[in-house]
Ligand binder design. Structure first.
Ligand code: FEO
Length: 169
C-alpha cells in the first residue's frame, strides 16, 4: 500500500499532468485561430499524451490501494504573441514537469517505495523526450526566423504527428 505522503504527491502530479493537457489544448486553440492546422495538430496530440500520463498515474495509485483525489485545474494562458513564443513556453513547461517528476522520485526514494521508484523511471525517461521534442521545434523556428515559407513548412511537418499510446508495461 502506498503511503499518504506519496499518495498526496501523486495526486499533485496528476493535477499537473491534467493542467498540461489543458495548457496544450489552449495552445492548439491559438494555432487554430491563426490558421496553422499542423501546429494545432501537434498540440492536440500532446493533449492526448498528457491525458495518458495522468491516467497512467491514476491507475498506479489505484493499483497500490491509494485514493485518487482530483483538484481544480487552473486556467491556462489564452493569448500568445507568436508560434515561437508558444514552443518556448512549452519547452519551459516541460522543464518544470521534469523537475516535478524528479521531486516525486525523491519522495518515493525517501519513503523506500521500490514499486513507485520503478514506476517513476518510465516518467523520468519520458521527460527526456518531452523536453527534446519541444526544444527541437524551438530551434527550427529560430532557424527560419519564426515566419514565412519556413513556418508553413514546419506547420506541414507538425501536421503529420499522430498519437501512439505506449504499450502498457
Ligand atoms: Fe506529462 Fe509533457 O509531461
Amino acid at each position: 500500500m502506498i503511503s499518504k505522503r506519496l499518495q498526496d504527491a501523486f495526486n499533485e502530479q496528476i493535477n499537473k499532468e491534467l493542467y498540461s493537457e489543458y495548457l496544450y489544448l489552449s495552445m492548439a486553440a491559438y494555432f487554430d485561430s491563426i490558421s496553422l492546422p499542423g501546429c494545432a495538430n501537434f498540440m492536440k496530440v500532446q493533449v492526448q499524451e498528457e491525458r495518458f500520463h495522468a491516467m497512467k498515474m491514476y491507475d498506479f495509485l489505484n493499483e497500490r490501494g491509494g485514493r485518487v483525489e482530483l483538484e481544480a485545474i487552473k486556467k491556462p494562458q489564452v493569448e500568445f504573441n507568436s508560434p515561437l513564443e508558444v514552443f518556448e513556453l512549452s519547452y519551459k513547461h516541460e522543464q518544470f514537469v521534469s523537475k516535478s517528476i524528479n521531486e516525486l522520485m525523491d519522495i518515493a526514494i525517501s519513503e523506500n517505495d521500490h514499486a513507485a521508484k520503478s514506476f517513476l523511471n518510465w516518467f523520468v525517461d519520458e521527460q527526456v523526450e518531452e523536453e527534446d521534442s519541444m526544444d527541437s521545434i524551438v530551434n527550427k523556428l529560430k532557424l527560419i526566423g519564426g515566419k514565412g515559407h519556413g513556418l508553413l513548412m514546419i506547420d506541414n511537418e507538425l501536421g503529420a504527428r499522430v498519437f501512439n499510446p505506449p504499450v502498457k508495461e
